[in-house]
Design a protein around this ligand. Structure first.
Ligand SMILES: NC(=O)c1ccc[n+]([C@@H]2O[C@H](COP(=O)([O-])OP(=O)(O)OC[C@H]3O[C@@H](n4cnc5c(N)ncnc54)[C@H](OP(=O)(O)O)[C@@H]3O)[C@@H](O)[C@H]2O)c1
Length: 327
C-alpha cells in the first residue's frame, strides 16, 4: 500500500479561509514510522479545535507545516504496520488519535494512541470518542476526582452546552460517577440530555438558564464549562464554598481570573483545561460504548467529498453531538 499509491484527502494551505480554504487533493498514501500503524480510515470526526487551528489559534506552533490535512479522531482498519508495532495486526479494527491527517482515505496512527474497536462499536461511534470523550473523561476524573465506578462522594456538577460533543459524553460519564448533574442546552435538546441522565436541564436562552441557576436551588461543587464567554460573575453566585469551574477555552480573560483567584487564595477556583490524550483512557471509553454504558450521539454524517459541510456545521456551533466524515 505504501510507496507511490495515492489517496483522496482534504487539506488547507495556510491559516484562515474557513470552508473555502479546504481543498480536495490526491496525495501519496502516508508511510508508517516504526511505531505507527497505517489505517484505512472508515470514519473521522470533526472537533472545534480542527477549524480553530485553521484560524490560527495556536499559530505559530500548530499546524507544524502546510499543507495540512486536518482531523485527529478516526476509526479504521489496520492495513500496514511499522516494524516496532506489537499489539496490532493487519485487519484489526481500531480507534485512534492522530496529529492531523484524518480527512483522508488513509492515515498513520501511533500505536500508543490506537486502541482496538470491538464489532459492537461502529466506525462512526468510535471516531466520535477521542477528543470529546477524553476531554470529558479527563475533566471529570483528573480535574474533579470523580470516580466513574460511583464510589466517590456525591458532587453537584453543572455541565454547560450539554448538547455538544463534549457535553453529551460528560453528562453520561458524570452519571456513571454518581454525581447530581445540572445541564444547560437549547430547548430542542432538553429531552435528549435528560434521556442520557441529566437530573435537571436548563434552557440557556431563558433568564434562569443564562444565570445558570439550579432549578432545585443546588450550589455546584464543579462546573464543566463547554461554552465560551460566560463571565466569572455568572458562575460565582452558583458555586459552593470550594466550587471549581473547569474551563475548556482559556481566553486571556479566563487566564487572568485564574491568576487572580490563585493570588487571592480564593476557595472558588477557575481552572484552565487542556486535554492530553492517553491510550488507556481511550480504551476505557471504547469499552464503555461496547458495554452500552456510554453513547456517541451523532449529529450528522458527511462523505469526504462533502467535508466542507461537516466543517461548516462545526463552525456554526449548532451541532448536537458528533459530526462524522466518511471516506
Ligand atoms: N481545552 C481542551 O482541551 C478542549 C477539548 C475539547 C473541546 N474544547 C472546547 O470545548 C468547547 C465545546 O466543544 P464541543 O465539541 O462540545 O462543541 P460543539 O459540539 O460544537 O458544541 C455545540 C453545542 O453547544 C450548544 N451551545 C452553544 N452555545 C451554548 C450556550 N451558551 N449554552 C448552552 N449550550 C450552548 C449548542 O446548542 P444549540 O445548537 O442549541 O445552540 C450545540 O448543541 C469548544 O469550544 C471546544 O473548542 C476544548
Amino acid at each position: 500500500m505504501a510507496g507511490k499509491a495515492v489517496m483522496h484527502a482534504v487539506q488547507y494551505d495556510s491559516y484562515g479561509g474557513g470552508v473555502a480554504g479546504l481543498k480536495h487533493v490526491e496525495v501519496p498514501v502516508p508511510t508508517p514510522n516504526k511505531d505507527e500503524a497505517l489505517l484505512k480510515v472508515e470514519a473521522a470526526s470533526i472537533n472545534p479545535i480542527d477549524w480553530k487551528l485553521q484560524k490560527g489559534m495556536l499559530r505559530p506552533f500548530l499546524p507544524r507545516k502546510f499543507p495540512f490535512i486536518p482531523a485527529s479522531d478516526v476509526a479504521g482498519e489496520v492495513i500496514g504496520l511499522g516494524s516496532e508495532v506489537k499489539n496490532f495486526k493487519v485487519g484489526d479494527k481500531v480507534v485512534a488519535v492522530l496529529s492531523g491527517g484524518g480527512l483522508a482515505e488513509f492515515a498513520v496512527a501511533k500505536e500508543s494512541l490506537t486502541v482496538a474497536r470491538p464489532q459492537e462499536v461502529s466506525a462512526a461511534e468510535g471516531a466520535g470518542i477521542p477528543c470529546a470523550g477524553l476531554t470529558a473523561h479527563q475533566a471529570l476524573t483528573q480535574s474533579l476526582g470523580v470516580k466513574l465506578d460511583g464510589s466517590g462522594q456525591q458532587k453537584n456538577i453543572l455541565i454547560t452546552a450539554a448538547s455538544g460533543a463534549v457535553g453529551l459524553y460528560a453528562v453520561q460519564l458524570a452519571k456513571l460517577g454518581n454525581t447530581h448533574v445540572t445541564a444547560t442546552c437549547g430547548a430542542r435538546n432538553i429531552e435528549l440530555v435528560k434521556s442520557l441522565g441529566a437530573d435537571e436541564v436548563l434552557d440557556y436562552k431563558t433568564p434562569d438558564g443564562a444565570a445558570l441557576k439550579s432549578p432545585s436551588g443546588r450550589k455546584y461543587d464543579a462546573v464543566i464549562n463547554c461554552v465560551t464567554g460566560i463571565p466569572w460573575s455568572t458562575f460565582e453566585p452558583n458555586l459552593g464554598t470550594t466550587g471549581k469551574v473547569i474551563d475548556f477555552n482559556p481566553s486571556p480573560r479566563v487566564l487572568l481570573t485564574f491568576a487572580w483567584k490563585k493570588l487571592t487564595f480564593s476557595k472558588k477556583q477557575l481552572v484552565p483545561f487542556s486535554v492530553s490524550p492517553k491510550g488507556e483512557n481511550l480504551d476505557f471509553l471504547v469499552k464503555l460504548v461496547k458495554e452500552g454504558k456510554l453513547k456517541t450521539v451523532i449529529d450528522s454524517k458527511h462523505s469526504l467529498s462533502k467535508a466542507e459541510d461537516a466543517w461548516a456545521k462545526s463552525i456554526s456551533g449548532r451541532a448536537t453531538g458528533k459530526i462524522i466524515v466518511e471516506p
